[in-house]
Design a protein around this ligand. Sequence first.
Ligand SMILES: [Zn+2]
Length: 157
Amino acid sequence: MKVPFSYQSLLRLYPNKENAIMFYKEQHMTYCPDCNTRLKRSLRKKNPLLLYCPECKKTISIFSDTVFHGTRADLRYWLYIGALFHFCKEIHPGIQITHLLSQKSIKQAIGASSDQTIRRIYTVLRRLFESTDYDDGIFRTLIFKPVADSLSTTTGY
Ligand SMILES: [Zn+2]
């Protein structure tokens, strides 16, 4: 299967990394693991990935406890590959994603980037999309469904 939408169409939605992070922050709220306060304040203006809990004086990553935990890759790679997986799962629910989309076709669609990065993202997201865990399902719907929906509309699927 050819990729259903191009990486370029995702770049039109999120022209820079910060746009993607903003989208993620709107969709996914971060809570302090200690006092459960919803965190909104960035630790530093320059780093939107770290939030600060004024109660506990703790710093928490917006990616903590998610599949993005520890990633240094551009969030747009994640959003793109996740949107592809979501799209495939929607139209071919019974078929394994690996049979529909290969790492190779995704790598080609994204263009020049590290093989290792794409491989890691692919593996992590494949697992997420195969998971039957309730929270994983919520996360998929929250993050990747809206991206896939926007891309499908802009590209006419
Ligand atoms: Zn706290």
